[in-house]
Ligand binder design. Structure first.
Ligand SMILES: O=C(O)C1=C[C@@H](OP(=O)(O)O)[C@@H](O)[C@H](O)C1
Ligand SMILES: C=C(OP(=O)(O)O)C(=O)O
Length: 424
């Protein structure tokens, strides 16, 4: 357990954050499918990316890890997968589970992918159904629509897959990244509305960097022409916008100033728009080509649709505690199938601090009041730990249980949060 000591005064800091988890794990996949050596710099080294890199290694695609300089060197195998029979374990890394499931349909062997208990509760059936429509042999081992999954690789035919868009964009990113290696063209049709769209934009952009084109028809259909090949390349990962949100929030909560360097105006990461939410609450925001700055101010509550940035909703919950008036978050029911049921977790932990919160199917409403001392449960969810620690910057007696869970995406989070006290 870690107790967060309140900051006296305001924060005034320039910070860097680790590389984006989403881009790092995408780049590892596309580099693995390219032919030859790719380098990925400013990569994130955390549980989620280590599970991805070590899985690829076990599959016979060598990855050198130079953690001291945040660099992966990937020896891609041009769309082939050397291993014939492998059991992989990916912890609770949703991206690793979904992206590897699709990629392994290209192999020629039997592969099983499993994860922690929570991963076994996170749905994957819609992705499996999509892959089957493209000719793959993939099943949920216990027939419950969740991992472990078994993939009997035999190459992917291609064709049309109609896939439900309401649970996770990761299914679409997984299908898209694998699609160029199919025998025929691939058309993916989205059934219903697609959630978390910005992550699919990131996938399409990343694939472009590795030499492959995707046609996006207004998020209704995606078309990937066969015969395209990923080219080995050098890819520099931009800073992680979800990780940056905690430092923007620290500026908002303390009425201070934080500039995050390494992410800027042309970022496609949806979570960078967290600063727009802070702006609508009263903060001042300035954006440069390679940095984003937030200046805190008197805050008021908001009513906001966070469907395009579900990973920063918990950060907003922490900020909302210090605003005047209620905050209502909408359209984030996918939060219920992430590391934990995040809607229930946020509401529980706010109530533990004596703050009134109402739970809705698709979000929550917070009526702020001064938090009372509490030991915060984190439910093994890195974002519960990182967000609720922010409340401790302005209230006494806030402790975070199992703070080690931040290793999923941000291993040295608490050191960097601590560094805010003296500026950086
Ligand atoms: O594609 C990605 O990198 C991600 C997509 C999002 O998941 P959903 O698409 O399941 O909402 C997000 O929550 C996750 O942290 C990373
Ligand atoms: C939801 C998350 O992760 P994933 O789905 O990739 O496990 C997250 O990092 O907040």
């Amino acid at each position: 357990m870690i107790e967060i000591k309140p900051i006296t005064g305001t924060v005034d800091a320039i910070v860097t954050v680790p590389g984006s988890k989403s881009y790092t794990n995408r780049a590892l996949i596309t580099a693995a499918l390219a032919d030859g050596e790719s380098t990925i710099t400013n990569a994130l080294f955390s549980d989620d990316t280590k599970y991805m890199a070590s899985s690829l290694n076990v599959l016979g695609i060598p990855i050198e890890e130079q953690q001291d300089v945040n660099k992966f060197i990937v020896h891609g195998k041009g769309g082939t997968i050397p291993a014939r029979q492998t059991n992989l374990f990916v912890g609770n890394a949703g991206t690793a589970m979904r992206f590897l499931t699709a990629m392994l349909t290209l192999g020629n062997g039997v592969y099983e992918i499993d994860g922690v208990t929570r991963m076994r509760q996170r749905p994957i059936q819609d992705l499996l159904d999509g892959l089957r429509q493209l000719g793959a042999d993939v099943i949920s081992k216990h027939n419950d629509g969740c991992p472990p999954v078994i993939i009997r690789g035999k190459g992917l035919n291609g064709g049309l897959a109609v896939v439900k868009g309401d649970l996770s964009s990761q299914y679409f990113s997984a299908l898209l990244m694998t699609a160029p290696c199919a025998k025929k063209d691939v058309i993916i049709e989205v059934k219903g509305n697609l959630v978390s769209k910005r992550y699919v934009d990131m996938t399409v952009a990343l694939m472009r960097e590795f030499g492959v084109n995707v046609e996006n028809n207004d998020y209704k259909t995606f078309f990937v022409k066969s015969g395209q090949h990923y080219k080995a390349t050098h890819y520099e990962v931009e800073g992680d916008a979800s990780a940056a949100s905690y430092f923007f929030a620290a500026a908002a909560i303390t009425g201070g100033k934080v500039r995050v360097v390494g992410i800027g105006s042309d970022s496609l990461q949806g979570d960078i728009h967290f600063v727009d939410v802070l702006k609508s609450m009263g903060c001042k925001v300035v954006i440069g080509s390679n940095w984003v700055e937030v200046l805190g101010n008197s805050l008021h509550g908001v009513d906001v649709d966070m469907g395009d940035m579900p990973d920063v909703v918990q950060t907003l919950a922490a900020v909302a505690v210090f605003a005047h008036g209620k905050t209502r978050v909408r359209n984030v029911k996918t939060m219920r199938i992430k590391e934990t049921d995040r809607i229930a977790a946020v509401v529980n932990e706010l109530r533990r601090m004596g703050i009134s919160a109402v739970e809705y199917e698709d979000g929550f409403e917070i009526e702020p009041s001064p938090p009372r001392p509490a030991q915060i449960e984190t439910y093994d969810d890195h974002r519960m730990a990182m967000s609720f620690a922010l409340i401790g910057l302005r209230s006494t007696g806030i402790s975070i249980k199992n703070p080690e869970c931040v290793s999923k995406t941000f291993p040295d989070y608490f050191q960097r949060l601590e560094a805010l006290r003296g500026g950086l």
